[in-house]
Design a protein around this ligand. Structure first.
Ligand code: C5P
Length: 285
């Protein structure tokens, strides 16, 4: 069975407070995009085997796809089968695009179908929360408000059709490390989350785009911030209605209403940055 794992973008990301359990309470408007990994699930054989086409990715328990499969079979032990999971990666790794989380979510959705378990999306998302904070959204897809650790989800009206240019500068960012740089009392600028939700309600793409913001941008180390700002500036100059960093970065994306401008921006950025993609908003995920 082949399953698609869609990348996620943060249209907004706000950090409300640090919690006693070491996590942070967040408020994020999240969006699934057409850029995706492809997973092939093959039942049979002994135990669980995970492989990817990137040799530096783990194929052990630290791979979220493996953890998702274990979590699924822990919930429904009577359905456990030997399983081979082969992942073809396209979503850049450690990039703020939820690549690993999305692979985990795809395993949950795929196993639900493969085994005929018949779990609801809500039940699958609850299993996903044990695998990683972004997994529940990746199970749900579409457009949603995520709160708490990221697991409290409210579906939102879809982002109007648009073209997305996604561009990752050539360095990784560690999510826990970046959270460590945040002092919640000193966040000077926050996204207009309510404004973004109102613009989604009104089907106003430009209204969403100009209100997008991610508080992580302000705590990036200076050289990484300069690299992120450079891509944002290039996207806006190329005609993007808005451009921000996604998740804990460093990937930047811009929303375009005109396909010709998006294509040209992707072409130009692609000359400088290997991880540049032109994506769409999938109608149903
Ligand atoms: O849940 P997940 O394993 O994806 O989170 C990775 C790390 O990111 C956590 O260990 C924590 O340091 C940080 N995190 C956080 N608050 C969240 C989500 C993640 O502090 N809401």
């Amino acid at each position: 069975m082949e399953v698609k794992a869609w990348a996620k973008l943060n249209l907004t990301l706000d950090i409300l407070r640090r919690r006693a359990d070491g996590y942070h309470d967040l408020e994020m408007v999240m969006q699934a995009v057409s850029l995706h990994d492809t997973l092939t699930l093959t039942p049979g054989g002994e135990g669980l085997r995970v492989s990817t086409d990137l040799d530096y990715l783990p194929d052990d328990e630290s791979n979220l796809a493996a953890r998702a499969a274990r979590r699924f079979f822990r919930a429904r032990p009577e359905l456990e089968v030997g399983l081979d999971i082969a992942i073809t990666k396209r979503i850049p790794v450690c990039a703020g695009l939820g690549g690993g989380s999305s692979d985990g979510a795809a395993v949950l959705r795929g196993l639900n179908e493969l085994t005929g378990a018949g779990l609801s999306v809500t039940e699958l998302a609850a299993l996903g929360a044990d695998v990683g904070s972004d997994v529940p959204f990746c199970v749900l897809g579409g457009t949603a408000l995520a709160r708490g650790r990221g697991e409290q989800l409210t579906p939102l009206p879809p982002l109007p059709p648009c073209h997305v240019v996604i561009c990752k500068p050539p360095f990784p960012i560690s999510t826990p490390e970046l959270f460590g740089r945040v002092d919640c009392r000193r966040i000077a600028r926050r996204p207009d989350t309510a404004g973004v939700m109102a613009a989604l309600e009104a089907g106003d793409l430009a209204g969403v785009a100009r209100r997008m913001y991610n508080v992580f941008e302000d705590v990036l180390p200076p050289r990484k911030k300069a690299a992120v700002d450079q891509i944002k500036t290039e996207l806006i100059a190329a005609g993007a209605l808005g451009a921000i960093m996604s998740g804990s970065g460093p990937t930047v994306f811009g929303l375009f209403d005109r396909p010709d401008l998006a294509r040209e921006a992707a072409r130009r950025l692609g000359e400088e940055y290997r991880d540049t993609f032109l994506a769409e908003i999938p109608r149903a995920v």
